[in-house]
Design a binder for this molecule. Structure first.
Ligand SMILES: C[S@@+](CC[C@H](N)C(=O)[O-])C[C@H]1O[C@@H](n2cnc3c(N)ncnc32)[C@H](O)[C@@H]1O
Length: 321
């Protein structure tokens, strides 16, 4: 089964000269990557232990992120230390949204009322990443609308020693009515069409893709993001992320929010401290798509075009005035 033609023509527009290389990545299996869960163990101790057990790893620049070089995922997840929650298997791209707000998190650590909303939290890769960066301080409301996935989140929070997160079952789009503008940081890691994670080795990853699906998800994302901004305190930060590439779901949603809040929210440049050259990772958001012109500030959002190491992703950071 081939990738959908309509998707490929969009990808061509988005990736230009890099199109051939980008398409090739859909046949690859990427190296597994992980981070050390510093709620359980220091990075130094964890990496030393792996080395003693014959695991070779490669660090991603200066981040708490590593590629597994010489063993299988199975060998890694079978480790007692893994079961004890020392390590979290997570793609590097999926770590980017939380990395993009590391500075804001560190600045808030001494504030006892530091409140974070993870609107679409399950199964919890970013909730656990947030909790570790927050050093167990403050409070995370970890919401998801899917009961089964919330059970998985519950297990993960226990396994990874997260004690400052409160789980909640609910539709993200309604949360602003319940909470109002009380959060310092909101993460909307939205349900999306998953184009950055398509794999030719697993056709089920794209078999139900359609333009209608993209449109339907874009409409849901607009509602979720609207609710996210409404939950944000003045001065707070919102991160919006998807693992998809269609601008209808990414930049189109950002443009909608900028228009809706007309000056009350601004887009901030996505920067990841500790990545030596993040211009190698990100390309700017597009400001025009199929004849539709977006707000120029949408270009401050960041897309990761799939490559040999990273799956496709999109991140945008907002500041509420
Ligand atoms: C991309 S996944 C989130 C992954 C998660 N943040 C992580 O890093 O592990 C999107 C999540 O949104 C949830 N979801 C779908 N519709 C939702 C809604 N209306 N409100 C809240 N969550 C929703 C899905 O159940 C799914 O768990």
């Amino acid at each position: 089964m081939d990738l959908p033609k309509e998707f490929l023509s969009k990808l061509k527009l988005l990736s230009g000269d890099r199109y051939g290389d980008v398409v090739e990545t859909y046949s690859l299996e990427r190296e597994a990557s992980f981070r050390v869960n510093t709620l359980k163990v220091s990075e130094e101790e964890a990496i030393r232990r792996l080395s003693e057990m014959g695991f070779e790893v490669e660090r991603v620049e200066t981040k708490n992120a590593y590629f597994l070089k010489n063993k299988t995922r199975r060998e890694f997840t079978d480790l007692e230390e893994f079961v004890d929650g020392w390590f979290y298997l997570q793609s590097i791209s999926s770590m980017l949204p939380v990395w993009s707000v590391e500075t804001e998190i560190r600045q808030k650590l001494e504030d006892e009322r530091f409140m974070v909303l993870d609107m679409c939290a399950a199964p919890g890769s970013k909730t656990t990443q947030l909790a570790a960066l927050m050093e167990g301080k403050g409070e995370i409301v970890a919401n998801d609308s899917n009961r089964e996935r919330l059970y998985r989140l519950k297990d993960i929070l226990r396994q990874y020693g997260v004690n400052n997160a409160f789980m909640q079952l609910g539709s993200g789009e309604n949360l602003w009515r319940k909470y109002g503008p009380v959060f310092d940081l909101v993460l909307v890691d939205a349900p999306c069409s998953g184009e950055g994670r398509f794999s030719l080795k697993d056709p089920s990853s794209f078999s139900d893709w359609s333009y209608l699906k993209v449109e339907r998800l874009a409409a849901l994302q607009k509602k979720l993001l609207f609710a996210g901004v409404m939950c944000l305190k003045s001065g707070g930060t919102l991160v919006y992320s998807t693992c998809t590439l269609s601008p209808e779901e990414d930049e189109g949603v950002v443009d909608f929010i900028l228009d809706k809040f007309d000056g009350a929210v601004e887009v901030e440049e996505v920067k990841v401290s500790g990545l030596i050259d993040d211009s190698q990772v990100f390309v700017p958001g597009v400001t025009e798509w199929f004849g539709k012109k977006y707000n120029d500030n949408v270009s401050k959002s960041a897309r990761v075009l799939p490559n040999k190491l990273l799956e496709g992703f999109f991140v945008c950071k907002f500041h509420r005035n």
